[in-house]
Design a protein around this ligand. Sequence first.
Ligand SMILES: C[S@@+](CC[C@H](N)C(=O)[O-])C[C@H]1O[C@@H](n2cnc3c(N)ncnc32)[C@H](O)[C@@H]1O
Length: 882
Amino acid sequence: MASLGGNIAPSESVISPQVFVSGLAGVVFFTLGFYQLSTKPSQGPQDGGNDEPGIIKSILLFCYSCFLKPHSRAARGGQQGALESFYAGQAGVYDATRKTLLKGREDMLALAAAQLRLKAEKEDAGAGKKRIWVDVGGGTGWNIEAMSEFVNVPEFFSSVYLVDLSPSLCEVARRRFARLGWTNVQVICEDARKFRLEDYGNGLSGRRKSSTRSPTSYFEPRPDHGGADLITMSYSLSMIPDYYSVVDSLSSLLAPHGVIGVVDFYAQSKVDFSFRNHTGGLVGRHVNYLARTFWRAWFDLDRVSLEPGRRDYLEYRLGTVLTANLRNKALGSIPYYIWLGCHKKPFSSSSLPHEIIERIDALATESPYLVPSNKPKGPDALTRAVERTAPELRSKAFDAAVGNLSANLPLPSFFYQNHHWRIYYDDQLEKHTQFNDEYIYAFTWEDSKVDASLLKLGADDVVLAITSAGDNILSYAMQSPARIHAIDLNPSQNHLLELKVASFAALPYEDFWKIFGEGKHLEFRSLLLSKLSPHLSSRAFQYWLDNAAIFTNPRGRGLYDTGGSKHAIRVFRWVSRLFGCRKAVDELLAAETLAEQRQIWHSKIRPALLSPLVSSLVVSSEAFLWAALGVPKNQLAMIEADHAASRAVTGPTPTATNTRSHAIWRYMVDTLDPVIETTHIATDNPYYHVCLTGAFSPRCHPDYLSREAHAILSKPGALDGLRIHTDEIDEVIARIAPGTLTVAIVMDSMDWFPPTTPTTTEKNTKNNSNPNPATAQVRKLNRALRMGGRVLLRSAARKPWYLREFEAHGFATRCAGDRGSGQAGNGGDGGKCIDRVNMYASCWVCEKVANLPPPTPGLGAAEEHAGLSLEGGDEGADLLRL
Ligand SMILES: C[S@@+](CC[C@H](N)C(=O)[O-])C[C@H]1O[C@@H](n2cnc3c(N)ncnc32)[C@H](O)[C@@H]1O
């Protein structure tokens, strides 16, 4: 591919297959490019000068320079000669011809600007801050002008340095900044490998201000960090022959908390990166064999190098904050990536990476983070103390970080995030990939009001709960407990919670409402890049970038038509259409009173929806129950067992047979009838409202979507106590400090376990053996909970078998809701609505009343360590806040 230019293709006397393929592709490329240029209106910054050439002239020049012009000065002028030979003739049309080709530049700038703006907010509105930006291989300065879409460049940056080796492009850049009147931008025509800020009076502690460097200064060691708050490289890394040298120099240019933004072409196979955990996620990174071979050969012609080493080395030398793998669809799907990075070694107050790891480990495990009281002794005391205090309690994040440090690799990207909400996990494990990057629940099916009244959370509570769609986690957060550990095995459920949390942090209520209330926001992609991205982990960012169309597709049905639960909504939609009751659904939603609602339900909707036909054909199928409602087979067995034992089957005058379809039909009736009888869907039942309409409404929505909730949860630090774990509950509680949790909300997750029998429970309790996962989980819960701590659970069974396990392992159980079964007074005791979802047959609170042997250690052991304190002065307070 010749359009980037820069280096010279050797003259070929024979047409090699590589040249032939590339030539062919050139024609395709040219045609597509021409089409783009001639159909798209000009966007973004203008050309450097005022004499912008016409489209035809630009294209002709572009083609001549790229495909025909002999590159004569390469051998004589080194790299600069090569660049000049290529760019001199086309510098004036460079910008016009690169808009389509150099894709993602604005996105990278938006991401970098978002990070800088967040840092500026933290630095007290950035008052008086001297901010420096170095654009390496900056060409014509297009990026610097384009940045003005995101920040006011002349005001936000005190100095901007454009460093480029091509005099012709530098000249265009100079004209651009003269036209704009931006006096804070300096165009430096220099080899990026040699550029040093101190040569321009912006080094560390003003070391050198002269523009001439003494030869001996090159013997001085390069500093660990420099003064640039932002360094960008857009499509230049792939062009600089000695990329090691330029990547190495980035650390000594970058300020301690500075950001690096890179956008460039790449071609990598999964063999290159599969076993790395520091790359910030791998979504869409693999490029297939044909595309890899083709694009490498094509770009090779101009010595624009797509070999994996460039990106790999960048990721090896620096820390990854965010990354995304994309394709330039307008030009044959050329693979390109956007990457945001920072220093590999985090700069904490003591600049010791292991201190940061210890701190994040403490966040995940509820272990106290111990700050040495005697600061000069520093980290050694800290390390010893942490090891003495809880040698066995290490999060998986800690293990991964230590593994990386010992191999001299950067930390996993979670450690470089602005927030430590999301805890590191290994996304390549089958237990996570089994979900195929799809969440099941787009909204949470548990009544948050009932949870609130049962739990009455206070400021001392340390809560562990299943994430699901995150709605209830946010309702708990509104009650301001000390900590919430949200857990889900499905990474995408946690991505959804992260998106909600980031939206609280970054968006005004109106945008928040559109995204999660209406489920659609046409500007979602740009909000994601320019506002939400600094609050997301790299993996959540990639996920939402990949799935932005959920919110932005004008013809799509939005967020609530996604995930496994969409199948339930769709079946309802089809059934209501099939039975001609769509209009009745609208009437139900408009019903002003419960009486009106009941009448519409019984006369028009119930006969269709609860017809035995629907139940036996659709709803009772195991595949549907799993895909749409997340009902696993053990839970299904509980429903069937309750049905088999019910009076409807065993009573003197049976009204149902002992079959799966009857069991499911009965279960649906027991769920839905009481809901319609007792809750007003249009105003007070968001769970069914969203199923019927595909959206929430201003008068009917979950608590977390209210304006008041937004006011509470968008306050700075409001969600600092949140930890999002991607793992099994079991794995997380096994690593939580004993005796620290006060509440565990496990929803219906224990229904998923294979059941025990009374005999095995008794035997296992006596032997203290551990054959059943439910038993193991109950024991771990006992250990993690404080005395008096509670487990809140729901079950599809009226009395789930595992209550026996709780009772045998130090818990007292109490039924907090039993909806019964069958029609009351007609052989049954049903008809009760235990919450607005009423989806589960029962709800239980299990209170810890006894410790299991070995006894749960009391809190406070950590504080007893000599020479250590939890508070550790200002620094301690700061760390503990995290
Ligand atoms: C494809 S252009 C990208 C220009 C600009 N960043 C943009 O996005 O429009 C690559 C740039 O890298 C510059 N370049 C290549 N090698 C360089 C080096 N050793 N030092 C400085 N700049 C270099 C070229 O002159 C060219 O301007």
